[in-house]
Design a protein around this ligand. Structure first.
Ligand code: SF4
Length: 323
């Protein structure tokens, strides 16, 4: 058996739910209650959330062979661009994940990602040898202080794995970062630059409170904050922006961008779409249908893109350059 996100199950024809946007990546989950205790995670060791949830999504179980057959069908019908296996740190979840990777690889050529906390670089190597083409590494926190508060003591270990992955497997990893754990925008931009300079992709998430977790009462990040981080990620990865192009106030919030044509660079709306591995759109992972749209799971209209730029709150950007 394997857990399948409810939206994925619907795309695979395993259940029927109404969906405002369908996932273009099939999301599967391996492992149960985690030995880690991330304060925001429904699968954390001390979380009181249901065993079958992650973020705000439910993950019913289905037989693996049936899921593989449906993956192959959906891939042939052009409904999916990728499959992603989310792995919790349960005792033998890594070995289970290897088995699932091999089974999927035997059945379908769908590009395959795996999101996990690797114990060491040899696990990343084994996953790639087994048929994974991208690895998502959940650093999550922008700073060591927040990592210790929300995840635990292994900050140096995580940074070392991310650096080794850049050396050995350039371009094959996405580093997941969560906006809204308590970091400043300056800290998040600095962390994104570090990830980008290593050659990794950035998977950006908006913190989402989940009932039963330690951070259940923390609000989601302000939309303006999230939009500024999304815009900064786009300008860093596509237009060479550096911290020197950004002005911040005393609290570390972005108050201005000194990069010629930055508004035009955002006008196609790409900055505000879900980011991570190619084809990953994670619909409603951080959003309620009809609620605040942190990550658009599809291309934006010109009107939506203009609205997102306004939501950054840098209306008179040139006048904003002084903190
Ligand atoms: S970016 Fe998306 S597809 Fe890639 S590892 Fe993260 S969740 Fe999976």
């Amino acid at each position: 058996m394997i857990r399948v996100s409810i939206g994925t199950a619907s795309v695979l024809g395993l259940c029927r739910i109404p969906m405002a946007a369908a996932p273009t990546t099939a999301y599967l989950m391996v492992g149960g209650r985690c030995v880690m205790n991330c304060a925001f995670c429904a699968q954390g060791r001390e979380s009181q959330s249901s065993n079958g949830s992650l973020s705000r999504i439910s993950w019913p179980e289905f037989p693996l062979d049936k899921v593989c057959i449906q993956l192959r069908k959906a891939e042939r019908q052009g409904k999916l661009d990728r499959c992603c296996i989310q792995v919790t740190a349960e005792r033998d979840s890594y070995q289970q994940a290897i088995r699932v990777v091999k089974e999927i690889r035997r059945t379908t050529p769908l590009p395959l990602s795996i999101a996990l906390l690797p114990a060491d670089i040899s696990q990343v190597a084994e996953l790639i040898e087994s048929g994974v083409d991208r690895v998502g590494i959940g650093l999550d926190a922008a700073s060591e202080r927040l990592f210790r508060e929300c995840k635990g003591p292994h900050w140096d270990h995580m940074l070392s794995i991310i650096e080794k992955a850049a050396e050995r497997f350039p371009g094959l990893a996405s580093v997941h970062l969560i906006v809204g754990l308590g970091e400043s925008e300056r800290e998040m931009l600095a962390r994104m630059l570090w990830v980008h300079d290593l050659g990794h992709g950035i998977g950006l998430f908006a913190f989402t409170p989940v009932r039963g977790t330690a951070l259940a009462e923390r609000p989601q990040p302000a939309l303006a904050q999230y939009r500024r981080v999304q815009a900064a990620r786009w300008l860093i990865t596509q237009h060479g922006a550096r911290l020197a192009h950004c002005a911040f106030n005393g609290r570390g919030a972005l108050t201005g961008i000194d990069l010629v044509g930055w508004r035009d660079a955002l006008a196609n709306g790409e900055a505000f779409r879900t980011v991570g591995c190619p084809g990953c759109n994670r619909p409603f992972y951080n959003e309620r249908p009809g609620g605040t749209m942190y990550n658009y799971p599809r291309a934006l209209t010109a009107v939506e893109a203009r609205q997102c730029i306004q939501e950054m709150g840098l209306e008179s950007a040139d006048a904003c350059l002084l903190p």
